[in-house]
Design a protein around this ligand. Structure first.
Ligand SMILES: NC(=O)C1=CN([C@@H]2O[C@H](COP(=O)(O)OP(=O)(O)OC[C@H]3O[C@@H](n4cnc5c(N)ncnc54)[C@H](O)[C@@H]3O)[C@@H](O)[C@H]2O)C=CC1
Ligand SMILES: C[N+](C)(C)CC(=O)CC(=O)[O-]
Length: 485
């Protein structure tokens, strides 16, 4: 059953929420009085469509239906979840909650607020227990974090339900146990922001130099290990205790101005904005968004390969959808096992997807199938795995930058040791390549083929039997140079 989310406020953040819900199969109704809202959300959605699927190895659900409502009442009608993302003004947020709760009592309302505490949002509300903070990070359609902040007025089961909805759309709900102004992440970012403003104001560094200091060094570390794990490593073999003993006392030194705020006047704004224009003004904001998104995709995919940090969340999201998706796996149709998007690094000098990426696409597809039948990382850690013994790729069409590809898999034959598969790399209805492979089940320690474990065979054999009913692909068993027909 398709579910509906209402997004109240369709700016930078509301647009990101709308895209995340839509691409995860929810219908979305947006209310925003800005006459430009539809155009802006359309542009955010175009970026999201080009980006989010590239993080997924499981087919995304069919996109939900997007509508623009003329009133809050119309937007929230029939919604199972409401996300408020109006401008950061408390009295405006109160007004919006009052209107929502008049017509949608009992529905969960997450607020995107960066700074207000849930108890402030709940003041004078008809139903305070359903209003809580769900603070996302830009771009909402790619970054998994949502800080979920309840107040004592929120029943724990309402918060658990909200967290479950956020997980369903691929987010990482971080439950903040105690409400404070600006939650965790913005409190932290504000300290960094304040120092950066001082550095520019005092003429120590330009906006560009500060960005280089972050992106060439500690920003990369933070993105994969955060602060404490990074410093633990920096303590050397003695770890965190040594790190604290060595660097802790430095906090007493007058390095920072953390408690002091630079005067926020036109001069400071012009200084920062001028330097920022000089640094990045050659790009439009949409261009910068696309650069940011494709960098994030590369980074997050690397983390996904390592099942680490944000990459772990991506894998868990795939697993959820895979579980729902493979309910009918032995029904006798090629299995849709992987979904990919052609990224810029995949393009060769001929302007289309380079040949090695077809084998990559095939291994994404067969790896997903192996996980499905229980030959997963735990199985590999136990010393058993499938090795590919032979591959035959046929190139039938062209895949271009941004194309969405699907990897389907048909089992041609399987026994205790052998797995003979036929993979199609599909661009819509067209197969751009087929890859026929023979895999052998191996005892990795002994370095020889052995029968697969019973739990693997219990899953594999019924699928192989069901696939016997499928027409044998014409290309199966072809050899290089063979004439067609
Ligand atoms: N921009 C950011 O980096 C982040 C912002 N946030 C939070 O998200 C919320 C929204 O911020 P942005 O999207 O950045 O602002 P924005 O200015 O891009 O969007 C706010 C939108 O609210 C709309 N709006 C105003 N009154 C409304 C009403 N009565 N009903 C419906 N819509 C109304 C405006 O027309 C505008 O489109 C704020 O609470 C902010 O603190 C959270 C995370 C990051
Ligand atoms: C600047 N900001 C406080 C609105 C930023 C956030 O709330 C989170 C983010 O995306 O950095």
């Amino acid at each position: 059953m398709t579910r509906k989310a209402a997004i109240i406020g369709g700016g930078v953040i509301g647009g990101g929420w709308a895209a995340r819900f839509l691409l995860n199969g929810w219908d979305v109704a947006v209310f925003d009085p800005d006459p430009q809202a539809e155009r802006k959300i359309g542009e955010v959605l175009a970026n999201a469509r080009a980006a989010l699927p590239a993080l997924s190895d499981v087919p995304m659900p069919a996109e939900g239906r997007l509508s623009f409502a003329g009133t809050i009442t119309e937007a929230v009608e029939g919604a199972q979840y409401i996300q408020e993302s109006v401008s950061e003004r408390l009295e405006l947020k109160h007004r919006v909650f009052a209107q929502i709760q008049q017509v949608a009592p009992g529905v969960l309302i997450g607020s995107s607020t960066s700074g207000f505490k849930p108890s402030q949002l709940q003041e004078n509300a008809a139903d305070p227990g359903n209003i809580f903070v769900a603070h996302p990070f830009n771009p909402v359609y790619l970054l998994p974090l949502a800080e979920v902040v309840p107040s004592p007025a929120n029943p724990p089961q309402a918060i658990e339900q909200a967290k479950e909805i956020l997980r369903e759309i691929g987010m990482f709900p971080l439950h903040i146990r105690k409400e404070i102004d600006a939650h965790i992440a913005d409190r932290f970012l504000e300290a960094v922001w304040r120092e950066a403003l001082w550095l520019v104001k005092d003429g120590i560094a330009t906006t560009e130099e500060i960005d280089e200091a972050i992106r060439m060094g500690f920003g990369l570390r933070w993105g994969q290990m955060g602060l404490f794990e990074t410093y633990r490593v920096a303590g050397g073999e003695a770890g965190m205790k040594h790190f604290m003993a060595q660097f802790g006392p430095c906090l007493q030194w007058p390095w920072t101005k953390l408690t002091d705020v630079p005067e926020f006047n036109d001069e400071l704004v012009d200084l920062i904005a001028g330097q920022s224009d000089a640094q990045s003004g050659a790009y439009t904001i949409r261009e910068l968004e696309r650069i940011r998104d494709s960098n994030l995709i590369g980074f997050m995919r690397a983390l996904k390969d390592r099942n680490w940090g944000a990459g772990r969340v991506l894998r868990e999201h795939d697993e959820r959808r895979r579980a729902a998706f493979h309910d009918g796996e032995a029904t006798g149709a090629p299995l849709v096992m992987a979904q990919m998007q052609v990224l810029s690094g995949w393009i060769d000098y001929n302007g289309h997807m380079t040949e090695s990426r077809y084998l990559f696409a095939a291994s994404e597809t067969s790896d997903a199938f192996l996980r499905l039948i229980g030959s997963d990382m735990d199985y590999v850690a136990s010393g058993f795995s499938y090795y590919t013994a032979e591959s035959h790729i046929m190139h039938l069409g062209e895949a271009k930058l941004g194309d969405r590809l699907t990897g389907t898999l048909q089992v041609l034959a399987a026994d205790e040791k052998r797995l003979h598969i036929f993979i199609r790399i599909m661009k819509g209805e067209e197969a751009v390549a087929t890859i026929e492979q023979m895999l052998l089940h191996v005892d990795m320690k002994a370095g020889r083929t052995v029968a697969a474990g019973p739990h693997v065979l219990d899953r594999l054999i019924p699928i192989a039997r069901a696939h016997q009913a499928l027409p044998r692909p014409e290309a199966a068993g072809r050899f290089t140079g063979q004439r067609k027909g």
